[in-house]
Design a protein around this ligand. Structure first.
Ligand code: FEO
Ligand code: CA
Ligand code: CA
Ligand code: CA
Length: 600
């Protein structure tokens, strides 16, 4: 490579080298601070963090554990924004001194319920820097937990598949679980995907009805005691007692963060699977289109197209209309076809003769309102057993579709396919042009272009934009950019765009032996494919949430210190507060020393 000259606008910083620092490492000339940590009080009356005397009541007023998705929304208050973060799951061994995995106490379980969910918290900007600090007791601050009431909406609301002893209506669910990536809607609400909800439900293995058992197994519910043993303290987590409770999780939830009294919703129309993310955009005539990944090896990529149009006004009636947009429309799943001969896809990542992993695709309709397009499935069954419906329609088995983001500049949609070490194993799907490596450790980023740039269209084209790994590995590909000028990247997960059209990618599970991090990459122009590492995270953490504003980059440092065998007594990391402190998942802001735009 002889490519020289200035990096793409927005990416003009010294790339951070791969490392194993127990720290957030940022480029020279950049500064950082923790915005908010697990346990910091945000609601009126919540006490200061005291991990040795934690209570469920305290936790319900404090920032929760393990943030994945982050968004910053505008506030009509000078120098303030509204941060919405989710709390995917809890790491009990790092939260409780002397935690006994075989015998969690009721208090510990209730603390974990309160540490799950979502947080809404106002944040104040510091003048002349990118620093943000929480505004405790702000009237919009809110905690949503595993026991907050949700309203089920859309065509499967009230279905017999969703009814339980506590909720014979099938329309009222307590809590949201395992919220992973999400999205911010053009109408000012937040979407959040319920991902690995299977882990909270016990006794799937003891279910005797073969059909029920098969459906549970397709969603990964096949064990006896659950990891956290919540079933000891609430029957709804025991399948033998409440067989329908798991059917009430695995949805995209929508929250209006500007109305702290509002009841958040679970949208059945967007299907039920391990929802990683839900990123909306609008058609030219104002209908909402939501792209969604199902993060499982060999699972699918979906989209939903609303039948109604968004209203631009901000009256209560307009907001209510827009909150209902995702309740009526059509759910599709993606089928991808490569354009090179199958014989040229040898599973090593060697590029085919036409030089690209690329091809065409179609969106297969699964259901629209009460109408099912899947033989043998009612519409309700499509929405509740979406994976099985998509199996039937021959959707393409992908390498774990994680987060997705349409480019606000070009309309092209970027999908992180994080890895799939089972690809090509006996009895499993082999490499195809969209998932071209067997035993795929490092993942790829797929670029999808809707035909005619119509997000509601039925056809699209696609290509692999990045084939991840160490650039010295011949299988890797960086959109044709010289590989001696890019950072190594492995296991892409969350994605977002900056104002210059660069895609920012955070990673989870870096299989190159160094820590996870955040990367920026140009998606068009002469520097397309130029990928540079902006930061790395501490021991045991994944990098999540990225939000890239002009003068700051926000990341969530999720599950720092999560290493096999680590505990409060034997921590693997003491980030962010140092030796003698509990390791704490936190949100971090990074900015340019002295202020100014990031990467210019
Ligand atoms: Fe929670 Fe698919 O990552
Ligand atoms: Ca090709
Ligand atoms: Ca993820
Ligand atoms: Ca992840």
């Amino acid at each position: 490579g002889t490519f020289t000259g200035k990096a793409a606008r927005g990416l003009r910083f010294d790339a951070v080298a791969p490392n194993k620092n127990d720290a957030v490492t940022v480029p020279a000339g950049y500064e950082q601070s923790v915005v908010i940590r697990w346990g910091e009080p945000i609601l009126r009356g919540a006490p200061a963090f005291d991990p040795d005397n934690q209570s469920a009541k305290a936790q319900a007023g404090q920032f929760g554990y393990n943030n994945d998705f982050l968004t910053l929304l505008p506030l009509r208050e000078r120098g303030r924004q509204l941060l919405v973060a989710n709390h995917e799951y809890t790491d009990e061994v790092l939260m409780f001194a002397g935690y006994d995995e075989a015998n969690p106490t009721r208090e510990q379980v209730e603390i974990a319920w309160a540490a799950h969910g979502l947080s809404v918290v106002a944040v104040a900007e510091e003048r002349g820097s990118g620093k943000l600090s929480p505004v405790p007791r702000h009237h919009l601050n809110r905690r949503i937990t595993a026991t907050t009431e949700f309203r089920v909406t859309g065509p499967a609301a009230g279905s017999k598949l969703l009814r339980t002893t506590a909720d014979p209506s099938g329309r009222k669910v307590l809590g949201t679980l395992n919220n992973c990536a999400g999205g911010t809607t053009p109408w000012g609400t937040v979407l959040s995907g319920e991902e690995n909800f299977n882990q909270y439900f016990a006794n799937g293995a003891k279910v005797t009805d073969a059909d029920t058992k098969a459906k549970l197994a397709r969603y990964g519910i096949a064990g006896e005691a659950s990891e956290r043993q919540w079933e000891k303290y609430d029957d709804r987590f025991d399948l033998l007692k409440e067989p329908n409770e798991p059917n009430r999780f695995g949805y995209v939830v929508e929250l209006d963060p500007y109305d702290p009294e509002s009841t958040p919703r679970k949208h059945t129309s967007l299907g039920r699977f391990k929802h990683e993310a839900a990123q909306p955009r609008l058609t030219r005539d104002g209908r909402a289109v939501v792209y969604m990944g199902d993060d499982e090896r060999f699972d699918y990529f979906y989209k939903f197209v609303s039948s109604k149009k968004m209203r631009r006004g901000s009256s209560r009636a307009d907001r209510e209309h827009n909150m209902g947009l995702l309740d009526e429309g059509t759910l599709y799943v993606a089928k991808l076809t490569g354009d090179s001969p199958a014989s040229e896809i040898d599973g090593t990542g060697k590029h085919p003769a036409d030089g690209e992993f690329d091809g065409s695709g179609e969106w297969i309709a699964l259901a629209s309102g009460d109408k099912s397009f899947v033989p043998g499935f009612t519409a309700e069954e499509v929405y509740v057993y979406t994976r099985l419906a998509a199996d039937k329609m021959g959707a393409t088995k992908m390498d774990r579709p994680e987060d997705v983001e349409p480019s606000p500049r070009t309309g092209r949609v970027y999908v992180a396919l994080t890895n799939n070490t089972d690809r090509g194993k006996d009895g499993k799907a082999k490499a195809d042009e969209a998932n071209p490596r067997n035993a795929n450790k490092h993942g790829q980023v797929l670029e999808l272009a809707e035909r005619g740039d119509d997000p509601a269209g039925k056809r699209f084209s696609w290509r692999l934009f990045l084939v991840c790994g160490d650039p010295s590995d011949p299988a890797t590909y960086f959109a044709g950019f010289p590989k001696d000028k890019v950072s190594p990247i492995s296991c892409p997960d969350n994605v977002t765009f900056d104002a210059y059209g660069n895609l920012w990618i955070s990673t989870d599970g870096n299989a190159l032996g160094t820590h996870d991090g955040l990367f920026g990459v140009a998606t068009s122009g002469s520097r397309e494919g130029e990928l540079k590492q902006f930061l790395t995270v501490p021991i045991g953490a994944e990098t999540c949430g990225p939000v890239v504003q002009e003068e700051r980059v926000l990341v969530a440092v999720q599950h720092p210190g999560e290493i096999d065998g680590a505990s409060v007594e034997k921590p693997a990391s003491t980030w962010p507060d140092g030796p003698g402190s509990y390791v704490r998942p936190a949100v971090v802001s990074v900015w340019r020393k002295g202020g100014g735009a990031i990467g210019v």
